[in-house]
Design a protein around this ligand. Structure first.
Ligand SMILES: C[S@@+](CC[C@H](N)C(=O)[O-])C[C@H]1O[C@@H](n2cnc3c(N)ncnc32)[C@H](O)[C@@H]1O
Ligand SMILES: Nc1nc2[nH]cc(C(=O)O)c2c(=O)[nH]1
Ligand code: SF4
Ligand SMILES: [Mg+2]
Length: 193
């Protein structure tokens, strides 16, 4: 769909310069999705691997984030291997609804109520990032944390439009349950992509 050089705004690598590759197409249907324009894959022209590689090499970063849409809907193995061969560390942002065929360096798993994740997401995740849209999502987050591998970092991220209501609750929750950390969509405050 698009590619751009920016700062990773969310989660564990928040603040790190990153080249983003956003695939078009997603069938998960989150009501609060902040990139609904990504959903229809047909609306987005293909970009060649050569174009992406040459673009990423014009940047100074060694960190690439593959997101979407839902990037795990596709075979991204060739893309990931090519980026790693260029010396890049490759992270994925995924709902975990599809098996992933690539060996990424960082797997950010953001489960959704709208479609059930596949079991491998719980094993592969380096970071579990649960979006908090309402009060019941804390309990729902814990249900995922129970199933996740023991090395995985745990993050609660307020849904952007509900931040004013949910952030105070998240702050209290993390103070009482310090295995969780807060993730904010910091790029939205910085007005960058
Ligand atoms: C747009 S999604 C694309 C990758 C993948 N489909 C997924 O959902 O993980 C990237 C990240 O943004 C989060 N996100 C999407 N809309 C959001 C919103 N309105 N507020 C907070 N986080 C949001 C998702 O949960 C996910 O962690
Ligand atoms: N700056 C910035 N950081 C991000 N982290 C995850 C994003 C995403 O849409 O996957 C995202 C994004 O869209 N922009
Ligand atoms: S899974 Fe990701 S891209 Fe798909 S609708 Fe949900 S937030 Fe948006
Ligand atoms: Mg985003």
């Amino acid at each position: 769909m698009e590619s751009f050089y920016t700062i990773q705004g969310e989660g564990h690598y928040s603040g790190r310069a990153a080249y983003f590759i956003r695939t078009g197409g997603c069938d998960v249907g989150c009501v609060w999705c902040d990139v609904k324009e990504s959903w229809e894959a047909e609306n987005h022209p293909d970009t060649s691997l050569e174009t992406l590689l040459s673009e990423v090499n014009t940047t100074s970063t060694d960190f690439v984030v593959v997101t979407g849409g839902e990037p795990a809907m596709y075979s991204i193995e060739n893309l990931v291997i090519a980026l790693q061969n260029e010396g890049k560390e490759v992270a994925i942002e995924t709902s975990g609804c599809y098996p992933l065929d690539a060996k990424v360096d960082w797997y950010c798993f953001s489960p959704k109520k709208f479609k059930k994740p596949v079991p491998e997401a719980y094993e592969k995740a380096h970071e579990l990032k649960v979006v908090i849209f309402n009060k019941s999502d804390f309990k729902w987050a814990e249900e995922h944390a129970e199933k996740i591998n023991s090395e995985c970092f745990l993050y609660l991220q307020p849904e952007w439009s509900k931040e004013e209501q949910m952030l105070p609750l998240i702050i209290e929750y993390v103070k009482n349950n310090p295995k969780w950390k807060i993730s904010l969509q910091t790029h939205k405050y910085m007005n960058i992509p």
